[in-house]
Design a protein around this ligand. Structure first.
Ligand SMILES: NC(=O)c1ccc[n+]([C@@H]2O[C@H](COP(=O)([O-])OP(=O)(O)OC[C@H]3O[C@@H](n4cnc5c(N)ncnc54)[C@H](OP(=O)(O)O)[C@@H]3O)[C@@H](O)[C@H]2O)c1
Length: 349
């Protein structure tokens, strides 16, 4: 049995903790909280021990806390760091490295430059085994993760027949439960988005990928408009859709009105956290024009990286065979069942 500490209990940390608590190979020591707010009670009510920074102990109600984060880190085999973007790097330098504790970081961190947390971005579809002997690995962000699920099957099937991928990412502004962030009535652009470099780091630097990113005033998922240009005529839409039929964490939907439609359905059938944990190809929007495939898919911002963290954890802690790890993740996340329910509900009429 391996011991895991989840440092940070926000949108991502709370989901990871909730899912991996059902993993009988893991003991969750507890979760790290930094603010004495209502999420402390939430964590306790879900059965998690709460640890806080040594220098903030006095700001929390004593009966609510089980110890300090500094101590919890020493007692675990692996930390899943779910700190705000950039703070994971500080934790690595001040907490994990000095104590020789291995860690998984989230997609708001960097893999290049002087604040890099790791040189490896994990994507279970592409480089599962590469995480086996690493001490520090970064799980790609939601957009970066979803893009691997689209690009890798295309690369495997068509290789050099593909000339380039041009993607426009429409990003959500804030998460559903994030009441602190005000959503502005604006569409904002991102200069020098990290996504291009992040995706190429695991897909290969020679991937002809060009990404533009816009932030939209919504809390309901991301949408990617992906144009795939072929050398010569593009394949048919049915050939492209067939490629994703059996892909893990990819659902093919028809007749969804928009991203909220999908989340509302997820809520109606009680998917945890209203997440689908996957990407959704919108098959009724696919267009083929000469050498071009125009593909649209939505990406569950909060849910998609959670099973990925579970797969990465298995690679780092147990070096489990890839197919066994997927089977085990499926036992906790029921992605095949979710995919079936989604595809059945949003089916071709
Ligand atoms: N949200 C998404 O959709 C999404 C998707 C993929 C990847 N990510 C990535 O996941 C990471 C976390 O994002 P999030 O959306 O979960 O953020 P979030 O909801 O703002 O949560 C961040 C959490 O980190 C805690 N925290 C504060 N200082 C910390 C420290 N020094 N060390 C560890 N934790 C600390 C905060 O605790 P208190 O509340 O107690 O202050 C808060 O609960 C980021 O790298 C982000 O880019 C996010």
């Amino acid at each position: 049995m391996k011991r895991v500490f989840v440092n940070g209990y926000g949108s991502i940390g709370s989901r990871i903790a909730q899912f991996i608590t059902d993993d009988s190979d893991i003991e969750i020591i507890g979760v790290g909280k930094y603010s004495p707010d209502e999420k402390v009670g939430d964590a306790i009510s879900r059965g998690f021990k709460v640890y806080v920074p040594k220098n903030k102990v006095d700001t929390f109600q004593k009966s609510h806390i089980s110890g300090t984060i500094e101590k919890a880190v020493e007692e675990c085999d692996l930390v899943i760091d779910a700190a705000p973007g950039g703070v994971g790097y500080v934790n690595k330098k001040t907490l994990y490295e000095p104590k020789h504790i291995r860690a998984i970081f989230q997609g708001g961190e960097k893999i290049t430059g002087d604040k890099a947390v790791s040189e490896l971005i994990f994507n279970s579809r592409v480089n599962y085994e590469k995480a086996f002997d690493k001490s520090y690995v970064m799980q790609g962000s939601c957009n970066v993760t979803g893009m691997g699920r689209i690009l890798q099957p295309l690369k495997e099937k068509y290789g050099k027949k593909i000339k380039r991928f041009d993607a426009t990412l429409l990003r959500r502004w804030a998460d559903l439960e994030d009441s602190k962030t005000e959503i502005k009535d604006s569409i904002e652009w991102t200069r020098k988005p990290h996504h291009n470099e992040d995706v190429k780091s695991y897909m290969g630097q020679d991937t002809p990928l060009f990404i533009r990113v816009f932030k939209m005033p919504t809390r309901q998922m991301h949408v990617h408009l992906m144009d795939i240009r072929f050398n010569g005529s593009a394949p048919s839409s049915s050939e492209i859709l067939d490629l994703y039929k059996n892909e893990y964490g990819v659902a093919t939907l028809y007749n969804a009105k928009g991203t909220k439609d999908i989340r509302d359905f997820a809520e109606s059938i009680k998917f945890s956290f209203k997440d689908t944990n996957m990407i959704h190809i919108h098959a009724d929007l696919i267009e083929i024009q000469d050498d071009l495939v125009k593909l649209t898919y939505s990406d569950d911002q909060t849910g998609i990286v959670v099973p990925e963290n579970h797969l990465l954890m298995q690679a780092m802690l147990f070096k489990r065979k890839r197919e066994d790890a997927f089977k085990h993740t499926e036992e906790l996340f029921h992605m095949e069942e979710k995919k079936r329910l989604l595809e059945d509900h949003f089916r071709q009429k």
